[in-house]
Design a protein around this ligand. Structure first.
Ligand SMILES: NC(=O)c1ccc[n+]([C@@H]2O[C@H](COP(=O)([O-])OP(=O)(O)OC[C@H]3O[C@@H](n4cnc5c(N)ncnc54)[C@H](O)[C@@H]3O)[C@@H](O)[C@H]2O)c1
Length: 359
């Protein structure tokens, strides 16, 4: 198992600990008698015995993991449900689930009683390898995704790779999108090692655990240096401007991390067009990443281009006629740059979707 981490945060430092199984992770919650548990409904069904051993039914609130559930409008029953189950200022919230449950739990913990102790047990590959550290909550309002949020890290993150055994293949590939992104940010050596492991990968949990640990180690310095995302942390958005647009234009028909994979390819294709990186880098990436986004290229090809561009325009990172994109000069060499929307971005994205995703 990877060694534990201590993450520094302006709110409070917190630990990331690895456990042999879900039972051990849940049992490691300290002060559990004053806790109320917010659990992903699907996960709760899959892990009923492990949960029942630790979590009293009267203190359990289950939530569906969906984009609708992490909307501002859907939060009232969550707040009420937690209060009705006896959550108090000196208690704690324990959140068990993927990125959706994390976003809900983090938001709730940051505002309930003006800040409540909370523990996160992430159960998807994406949440384990990426979102569980970094303090962010993102909540949808009306048609606007992730527009509300707070920075409020959990006090502890309890991880176990065994819980990933029940994850559907698309969710594994979604998490892998963020893992690939972090290794591309880290540089050539990490990326090559990851690709070598993925060539042999058939769902082995030790491989996943290794890359969860390695991914968190890459992300840690970005979020510690720039927790509030004003500078270097922006680079973690490599692939996200396009990925978010692809998710939204397909009405969330593309899982988040797979959108990121398609978005990284788009950003790299655009980087070649702008003369930042040789075409050979893009060609290699295109071949290596194909199994990790298949068959969602076809989903993207069916999207309305106008909706893709509308979503990019409304991305929160835009200014004037330009869109701030994270572009690449190769592994370990990402940079933030304004890209002219009409002249540079639209032609490149149009060509990428029309010709680069053909079966
Ligand atoms: N706050 C952040 O820093 C941050 C970062 C990245 C993504 N996100 C958000 O996270 C969300 C995506 O999260 P996600 O990819 O973890 O997906 P998710 O939370 O939507 O879960 C995906 C599916 O897997 C199920 N599931 C969860 N754990 C399981 C398990 N162990 N076995 C079987 N099924 C399981 C869920 O019920 C759901 O159906 C998006 O809303 C995205 O915006 C937040």
């Amino acid at each position: 198992m990877p060694p534990p981490l201590t993450i520094r945060s302006r709110a409070h430092d917190y630990t990331v600990e690895f456990h042999p199984d879900l039972g051990a992770a849940l049992a490691a919650v300290v002060g559990g008698e004053r806790a109320v548990w917010l659990v992903d409904r699907r996960l709760a069904a899959l892990q009923a015995p492990a949960l029942a051993a630790v979590v009293p039914e009267s203190r359990l609130l289950m939530v569906e993991a969906s984009e609708a559930a992490k909307s501002f409008e859907a939060l009232t029953p969550v707040f009420l449900g937690l209060l009705e189950r006896g959550l108090k200022r000196d208690g704690q919230l324990v959140v068990v689930g993927g990125g959706v449950l994390q976003d809900i739990g983090c938001f709730v913990a940051s505002v309930l009683f003006r800040g409540l102790r909370w523990t996160l047990v992430p159960t998807t590959l994406l949440a384990q390898a990426d979102s569980c550290i970094g303090s962010k909550s993102s909540i949808n309002i009306g048609p606007y995704k992730n527009q509300l949020g707070t920075f409020y890290p959990p006090h502890r993150v309890l991880l176990t790779s065994t819980v990933l055994a029940t994850l559907p293949p698309d969710e594994i590939r979604s998490g892998m999108g963020e893992i690939i992104k972090l290794q591309l940010l880290a540089g050539e050596a990490g990326y090559r090692e990851l690709m070598a492991d993925l060539d042999q990968f058939h769902g082995e949990l030790p491989i996943l655990e290794k890359w969860v640990g390695r991914s968190l180690a890459v992300k840690q310095p970005y979020i510690e240096t720039d927790e509030f995302d004003r500078g270097v942390r922006n680079l973690l958005n490599y692939g996200h401007t396009f990925g978010h647009a692809y998710e939204s234009a397909t009405h969330y028909g593309i899982p988040h991390g797979i959108g990121v994979t398609l978005g990284m390819l788009t950003a790299t294709f655009l980087s070649v067009r702008l003369g930042l990186v040789p075409a050979t880098h893009y060609t290699e990436l295109k071949a290596q990443l194909a199994p990790w986004h298949h068959p969602f290229g076809a989903t993207l090809r069916k999207a309305e281009l106008a909706q893709v561009f509308e979503a990019i325009r409304h991305d929160k990172k835009n200014t004037g006629t330009s869109v701030n994109c994270i572009l690449t000069r190769g592994p370990g060499r990402m940079e933030r740059r304004p890209v002219d929307f009409e002249r540079e971005l639209v032609p490149a994205v149009t060509e990428f979707i029309a010709h680069e995703l053909a079966p």
